[in-house]
Ligand binder design. Structure first.
Ligand code: XUL
Length: 515
């Protein structure tokens, strides 16, 4: 059997698959806010950061791993697991001193926190929601010959949440702690290292989200390293393919949770590349929209292409080649903010409720940003809307306008990919909602499919583990990435013109608002 882990913004999940029977054997999750309240991070990060700072406590991820594996060991026989892989929220970085390799190699002790906490040289880890590094992005772009050059080399312009600018900010604000740092990992490669008891590589999928990896050579880029911080190359792990095997699992986990000594670990990747695998979309053809804390829009790339506006990214595809991705910060964050502001529950977002407001399709335009957005990059302080007289007082109309605004914003900012919207595969918590899925089909005028498994990143990680052990990935995707007719939604063709017009109005309002 094969275990996939997914360390996302708000939770750590595990999913075990058995390719022999094409079954998902077991799923468990640890919610950082609910299960580990002592970290004071109800949504998985430390609230109250100023000037765009959003950090999380890396000890929380370690404690979550111990707790999750304890829960999993109660539910299933972990000695049957042959290989583990995993995924992590992208871009987040973990900073460790020179004792880290030796701590990795020492499987004694009762808890991961106890063993690794003394090794952190930066007590808190910047995560993908952090927008504090505008100055560092400008400096890196200038030193590397401009943003077009940074994009040509790394697949993205210098981006606030990406690891390189975050590392530069650490070097500038805490030079001594930077100096003491022996190793900088991503969330994904950090957890992979802990499991394998030795330094894991950063895979090409997640490595491309750092502004440090050269897309052509798949190696650290000397110009970008120089532009970011001195002596950086010595602090970075090696780069490798997602399905490369790191080695056997650390003795800590065999002793504590009953894994077999023959169980091995493969590299981990980013949550979006893992989701591409779990959505059965590693070959061009499907567009994936993931509705999570952030919303993401991604697809396997038929050929190399970068976003001329600088919002889109190119990441490694775990199955080889590349994927394009756009990330929207105001995903569930905005849906939850509207729900709470209007005192609604999720039933306001369901198919019936949205059906009742169908006559108002495209009539009210909302820029659906409850806080700073990264696509488009702007410090929004709340949603901006242009609507009919009853719009302000009618919560149902506002729910419709928010969702339409989110999908129109995706349509607008994904044009550069030049993809025909033949089929959309929808995933993430909110995708289970039929009203939201119908809205996606109508705005994009494309059929929407949803798979049986809702945690596509954890499933993708389990499939990567099986592929690393020699199983055929496309054959496994056929077995596991299933959809049913009831889970398919066809677009309403009568709304094509309505949403084409709404897209124009949305673009106008955006232009007016951003100046
Ligand atoms: C992608 C991104 C987010 C995180 C969230 O660029 O920043 O989707 O990966 O987990």
């Amino acid at each position: 059997m094969f275990l996939g882990l997914d360390s996302s913004t708000q939770s750590l999940s595990a999913l075990v698959i058995d390719p022999a029977t094409a079954c998902i054997v077991c799923e468990r999750t640890v919610n950082f806010g609910k299960d580990l309240p002592h970290y004071g991070s109800p949504s998985g990060f430390l609230p109250g950061g100023t000037d765009g700072v959003v950090h999380a406590d890396p000890r929380m991820w370690l404690e979550a791993l111990d707790l999750l594996l304890a829960r999993l060991a109660e539910a299933t026989d972990l000695s049957q697991i042959a290989m583990i892989s995993g995924s992590g929220q992208q871009h987040g970085t973990v900073y460790l001193d020179e004792t880290f390799p030796q701590r990795l190699g020492d499987p004694r002790g009762d808890s991961l926190v106890e063993r690794f906490a003394p090794a952190f040289t930066r007590a808190t880890s910047p995560i993908w929601m952090d927008t504090s590094t505008g100055a560092e992005c400008r400096e890196i772009a200038e030193a590397a010959g401009g943003n077009a050059e940074v994009c040509r080399r790394s697949g993205s312009i210098a981006v606030e949440r990406f690891s390189g600018p975050q590392i530069r900010r650490f070097f500038k604000t805490e030079p001594e702690a930077y100096e003491k740092t022996g190793c900088i990992h991503l969330v994904s490669s950090f957890l992979a290292s802990v499991l394998a008891g030795r330094e894991a590589a950063i895979d090409y999928g997640d490595g491309a989200g750092m502004n440090l990896m050269n897309l052509e050579s798949l190696a650290w880029d000397p110009v970008l390293l120089d532009a970011t911080a001195p002596g950086l190359v010595e602090k970075l792990p090696t780069l490798g393919a997602t399905t490369d095997v790191i080695g056997p699992i650390s003795g800590y986990f065999t002793r504590k949770y009953g894994f077999s000594e023959t169980c091995r670990c493969a590299n981990f990747t980013g949550d979006n590349p893992a989701s591409l695998v779990g959505m059965g979309s590693t070959r061009p053809g499907n567009i994936v929209i993931s509705l999570g804390t952030s919303d993401t829009f991604f697809a396997a790339m038929p050929g190399p292409l970068t976003d001329p506006h600088g919002y889109g990214h190119v990441f490694g595809n775990p199955a080889g080649g590349f994927m394009s991705l756009i990330c929207f910060r105001n995903g569930s964050l905005a849906r939850e903010a509207l729900r709470d502001a209007e005192g609604l529950d999720w039933s306001a977002f369901d198919a019936d409720a949205l059906g009742e407001t169908r006559d108002a399709a495209g009539a009210n335009i909302m820029l659906p940003f409850y806080g700073p957005e990264i696509t488009p990059r702007h410090d929004f302080t709340g949603p901006v809307s242009k609507g009919s007289d009853d719009f302000e007082s009618d919560a149902a109309l506002r729910v419709r306008a928010l969702l339409e605004g989110q999908f129109l914003n995706m349509r607008l900012h994904s044009r550069w990919m030049g993809l025909r919207h033949e089929r959309i595969r929808l995933t993430g918590g909110a995708s289970q909602n039929d009203g939201i899925a119908r809205m996606a089909a109508d705005v994009f005028q494309a059929p929407v499919e949803r798979l049986a498994v809702s945690n596509s990143a954890a499933l993708g990680a389990a499939l990567i583990a099986a592929a690393a052990a020699g199983h055929d990935l496309p054959a496994m995707q056929k077995q596991f990435c299933l959809t049913t007719d009831q889970r398919k939604i066809a677009p309403d063709a009568s709304l094509e013109f309505v949403y084409n017009e709404a897209l124009g109005k949305f673009e106008d309002l955006l232009r007016e608002t951003m100046g």
